[in-house]
Write a protein that binds this ligand. Structure first.
Ligand code: FE2
Length: 341
């Protein structure tokens, strides 16, 4: 895929000071003109907490709010017998400072604040990209549903590595994810979907919700991605863990060549099975390649790192959103390409 933006203009920038100065001027570049598999002209613009795609592939605006890593820690009597597994994470992000006001807040109040602001902004959907709860808490799940019910837009959720994880509980990550999605997290998903890979279509734009919370991709998830993208409709991918980007640390992303047991610094603290000796399976690398080489997949939106960043991978934006436990969100708009150009 060719892209029209200049490497000199963009590569090497990270968010923070460089980001603020570069993006406050509303920079934009074309993503996919002239790609081998034809996809209409599309550009991408980014400001501090919002991004916009302009594309000839849509005729009406689509407006999505991404919420990630709210890390709710509330619990009730339903979690009592699991306290030995939830204790550490229940203390992890309890006190935060509001991203805009600097006032003391906490994950629960920050989520209410997000919902209050969102209810007046006419979103088509909310995308929840994991670590919404810090452990599989029934009270936390109830709280999310209740807080977001005041927003007149559906929410679509995928797990992060903490949502399903009771630290120290016996089992592989795949087993624990399946078990606690079923026992606790199911109410956060639309009825009848596969929690590990599902899609929704909003005004002609597909939101692909894929669970990469174990750092690995399953064969059926790769098959799902290929099938979903085969119709060439514009699509956005939402996951918890970002994709590996050159220069990023091992824990940053899915598909890092050094992701393996030797580089797993956190398995003891998180009381989980260590990353495998041999690193990623071939499916995970193939998934990343598929994402990067599918012109109609316009961008990837993730969390996990808690700090905003943007990598351009093969001309495609791969975005990390600030943690919502301080009220942060990312507004994502897909807009018709301006008529006169
Ligand atoms: Fe997180």
């Amino acid at each position: 895929m060719s892209s029209l933006f200049s490497r000199r203009d963009f590569f090497g920038l990270s968010f923070g000071a460089a980001f603020a100065s570069a993006f406050s001027r509303r920079s934009a570049f074309a993503l996919s003109a002239g790609s081998a598999k034809e996809f209409p002209l599309t550009t991408f613009s980014s400001d501090q907490d919002s991004v916009r795609f302009y594309t000839k592939a849509v005729s009406e605006p689509v407006k999505i709010l991404q919420i990630s890593d709210s890390h709710l820690f509330i619990d009730d009597e339903r979690g009592e017998k699991y306290r030995q597994y939830s204790e550490r994470m229940a203390k992890a992000y309890n006190h935060t400072r509001h991203f805009a006001t600097g006032a003391a807040t906490n994950p629960q109040d920050a989520l209410q604040d997000i919902a209050d602001r969102a209810k007046n902004e006419n979103y088509d959907a909310l995308a929840l990209t994991g670590d919404i709860v810090s452990f599989p808490s029934a009270a936390g799940v109830d709280y999310v549903k209740d807080a977001l019910s005041k927003v007149d837009a559906p929410f679509y959720y995928v797990c992060g590595n903490h949502d399903w994880h009771f630290e120290g509980m016996e089992g592989t990550e795949r087993e624990l994810r399946d078990e606690w999605i079923e026992k606790r997290l199911k109410p956060l998903y639309p009825d009848g979907v596969n929690p590990l890979a599902y899609s929704v279509k909003i005004k002609g734009v597909k939101l692909l919700m894929i669970d990469d919370s174990i750092y690995e991709i399953l064969p059926e998830q790769l098959d799902f991605l290929k099938k979903e993208l085969s119709d060439n409709l514009p699509a956005l991918l939402f996951m918890h863990i970002p994709l590996y980007a050159p220069g990023r640390r091992v824990a940053f992303g899915v598909g890092h060549p050094d992701w393996n047991a030797a580089h797993d610094g956190n398995f003891e603290i998180e009381r989980r099975i260590r990353w495998p000796e041999k690193g990623h399976n071939a499916v995970t690398y193939a998934f990343r390649d598929e994402v990067l080489n599918s012109p109609n997949l316009m961008g990837v939106f993730t969390g996990h790192i808690h700090h905003r960043s943007l990598d351009i991978l093969n001309g495609k934006p791969s975005s990390v959103t600030n943690a919502a436990n301080d009220g942060s969100t990312l507004k994502i708009e897909v807009l018709p390409y301006p008529e006169k150009e």
